[in-house]
Design a protein around this ligand. Structure first.
Ligand SMILES: Nc1ncnc2c1ncn2[C@@H]1O[C@H](COP(=O)(O)OP(=O)(O)OP(=O)(O)O)[C@@H](O)[C@H]1O
Ligand SMILES: [Mg+2]
Length: 346
């Protein structure tokens, strides 16, 4: 399969007065899986539809490799697409669904069958080819949709919330299968989701969108540990928001000073952003500064929800083994384990 890079340059798309894409820029490298993540209405589907050619941008350009496809009609773009709703043809068998795009491309019947069989094998449905799609579960239908999108060896694979109609367990399994398949085929992939965990789990890089623009695009680790904006910080993972004062580039948290990341020239009331795993808890300390409200058991780890003396609610993530004796009402000492602290305006 000859995968290509994908580039969007200054793409703008309006629907009436709604600016769905606002000078949008994105580069997806050869064989890379990039997820577009963001709240409802931020322009994720529009970005995908513009790439597929199902929507025309008002301005800006789209490149696959170094070829400008801005004006190329959808059927001449070599892209496979999987949608949120199962969009299989109900009157065709599973195998015919997978082979559909090949028939359109005038591949011989024998070749079509061979290809469809090997793809069904690849997506874990080797014996289902002769069934009709209504005889399949939701997860199986999305596997068929994936096989159909991959059948003609697209240069780019586009996935618009392909897992959102599925049960939690099926979702997790299928997202891992999609990632494994994508890695083994090396297909350049753009994956749209509003589920941050899903995006972080399977992507090389995640682009967080807001109001038709990319706020930040980075590896999951960087997004999580070094969010560029407070929007990204709050959208990716859980974040404690602790009100405090900033002066001389320092904030005080539970009686200790920490250098503030960014905005070090400002001063006054700010919000410190601290991940739950960066909140340390000591039980039975003389100088306690919070009490436990609840302990949410999650298997290997537990989420300890505390209330600080000033009333702020603060979550800490601890191993379940170490937090077994924390109960509602336990008096505890909280501390921040970071060296530096991300702050945002109050
Ligand atoms: N065909 C259309 N006509 C008018 N407005 C549209 C159309 N398609 C999208 N929009 C608007 O453009 C904006 C972006 O929509 P888009 O579907 O790209 O969002 P999204 O990020 O995919 O959201 P979701 O997570 O809900 O799927 C929204 O304000 C939406 O209402
Ligand atoms: Mg959408």
């Amino acid at each position: 399969m000859s995968s290509k890079s994908l580039t969007l340059k200054n793409v703008t798309k309006k629907f009436g007065s709604v600016l769905a894409l606002d000078n949008f820029n994105l580069e997806v490298g050869v064989g890379e899986l990039v997820a577009l993540l963001g709240p409802s209405g931020c322009g994720k589907t529009t970005a995908l539809r513009v790439v597929a050619g199902l929507e025309n941008q008002d301005s800006g350009n789209l490149y696959v490799g170094d070829k400008d496809l801005s004006e190329t009609p959808a059927h001449k773009r070599n892209m496979g697409m999987v949608f949120q709703a199962y969009s299989l043809f109900p009157n065709l068998t599973v195998e015919e669904n997978v082979a559909f795009g090949l028939q359109m491309r005038k591949v011989s019947k024998h070749e079509r069958k061979k290809k469809a069989e090997s793809l069904l094998e690849l997506v874990g449905l080797p014996t289902q080819g002769q069934r009709f799609t209504y005889q399949l579960s939701g997860g199986q239908q999305q596997r068929v949709a994936l096989a159909r999108a991959l059948a003609f060896e697209p240069e780019i694979l586009l996935l618009d919330e392909p897992l959102s109609a599925l049960d939690a367990q099926v979702r997790v399994n299928l997202r891992e299968e999609i990632r494994r398949l994508q890695l083994s085929l090396g297909t350049t992939t753009l994956f749209v989701t509003h589920d941050q965990e899903e995006a972080m789990a399977i992507s090389d890089r995640v682009g967080v969108m807001s109001h038709g623009q990319l706020e930040q695009i980075d590896t999951p680790d960087t997004l999580y540990n070094k969010p560029a904006t407070s929007f990204v910080a709050s959208f990716v993972g859980t974040m404690n928001r602790i009100p405090t004062q900033l002066s001389d580039g320092q904030v005080q948290l539970f009686g200790k000073n920490f250098p503030a990341l960014k905005s070090s020239n400002e001063s006054g009331s700010v919000i410190a952003l601290i991940r739950p795993e960066s909140i340390g808890i000591t039980a039975g300390s003389q100088d306690h500064n919070a009490k436990v409200l609840t302990r949410l058991f999650m298997g290997a780890s537990s989420n300890i929800v505390c209330q600080a003396i000033d009333g702020t609610i603060i979550q800490s993530l601890m191993s379940s083994n170490e937090s077994g004796d924390l109960h509602p009402g336990s008096e505890v000492k909280l501390e921040v384990l970071n060296k530096e602290v991300l702050v945002t305006n109050a």
